[in-house]
Design a protein around this ligand. Structure first.
Ligand SMILES: C[S@@+](CC[C@H](N)C(=O)[O-])C[C@H]1O[C@@H](n2cnc3c(N)ncnc32)[C@H](O)[C@@H]1O
Length: 297
């Protein structure tokens, strides 16, 4: 099997990742026989526009788009696998307060927090976004009411940072700023993508319109606008499909994220990268986690 340099392949179709210190290449899961050839990490990353990022997009459409996303997390156990990764970082750092960046309509966070509690980490989480959404909080999860730019997290929001399906929204300079700020403030950060720059993932965008039609009834607090612009005037299936396709094309590979992290001159901070593999998906979903290492006595 041919494979691009710097990416190790695993010989089985299960979740694989590995602890990696600065300077080491990442180990990236890949489906044997064909997964490796399907990677497009050598293809230039395309930072095309997403509707969700446009300030002119009416707020109700932006909210409806992320509300749909939040409902889509119920179809595969991705949030639970992400929680497993976060629990490893919690074990090392002891953080019980989490700050989520680019939270949208809460995304997978209720499922992640529930899974963390099941794993023995009864965390609290503060959700944040450049466009904060209305959210009915709970004892464990609240929404920060003021806009928070993920590239410039206010000092008062301390805790382990998480980011779900949002890192690809940032160009390389912005993405590097997010990593550098976490490392400089010695805050752990866990970044997960729900997309991947691979042929199967890009092709899977074709089914998004159908998924929107099927999953919209699962949206929490479904508004009449969401129903109207999904079923009668199908604007939302078009917007969500375009953003879904572009998200795949924008997604940094695990190797790219690690290279970005390694370029940050921050001693005493460790990074780990890899891909989350699911039997439902033919490709892995990249992630990067980083945490401060206590100085050895
Ligand atoms: C694809 S949505 C993901 C939302 C949620 N994390 C999820 O998984 O459903 C990306 C989110 O990033 C937010 N975002 C974009 N640019 C941002 C920025 N500079 N700072 C903070 N959030 C930002 C958008 O408003 C949007 O809610």
């Amino acid at each position: 099997m041919t494979c691009k340099a710097g990416v190790a392949t695993a010989s089985h179709h299960r979740w694989r990742s590995d602890l990696r210190r600065h300077g080491n290449p990442p180990r990236v899961w890949s489906k044997p026989g064909k997964g490796c050839k399907l990677h497009l990490a050598n293809m230039k990353r395309l930072h095309l526009f997403e509707f969700e990022d446009q300030p002119w997009l009416p707020g109700f459409l932006r909210d409806a788009m992320t509300a749909y996303l939040a409902s889509a997390y119920t179809i595969a156990p991705i949030p639970q696998l992400w929680a497993k990764e976060i629990s490893r970082v919690i074990q090392v750092t002891g953080h019980q307060q989490l700050v989520d960046l680019g939270s949208g309509s809460s995304g997978p966070t209720p499922l992640v927090v529930a899974e963390l509690a099941r794993l023995g980490h009864p965390v609290t989480m503060t959700l944040t976004d450049f466009y904060p959404r209305p959210f009915e909080g709970s004892a464990a999860i609240r929404y920060w009411p003021r806009p928070v730019d993920a590239r410039d997290v206010p000092e008062e929001l301390g805790g382990l940072r998480t980011m779900f399906a949002a890192f690809h929204h940032f160009d390389e300079a912005g993405a590097a700023r997010i990593l550098a700020d976490a490392a400089a403030r010695r805050m752990p950060i866990c970044i997960f993508e729900g997309t991947s720059r691979t042929i199967p993932a890009i092709l899977s965008s074709l089914v998004i319109p159908l998924l929107v039609l099927v999953l919209t009834p699962r949206v929490k607090s479904l508004s009449w606008q969401q129903l109207l612009f999904t079923y009668l005037i199908p604007v939302l299936p078009v917007l969500i499909s375009w953003d879904g396709l572009v998200s795949h094309l924008r997604t940094y590979s695990a190797a790219e994220m690690l290279a970005m992290a390694q370029a940050i001159p921050q001693p005493g901070y460790q990074w780990r990268t890899g891909e989350i593999a699911l039997k439902e998906f033919p490709v892995g979903l990249p992630f990067l986690v980083g945490w401060p290492v206590p100085p050895t006595a």
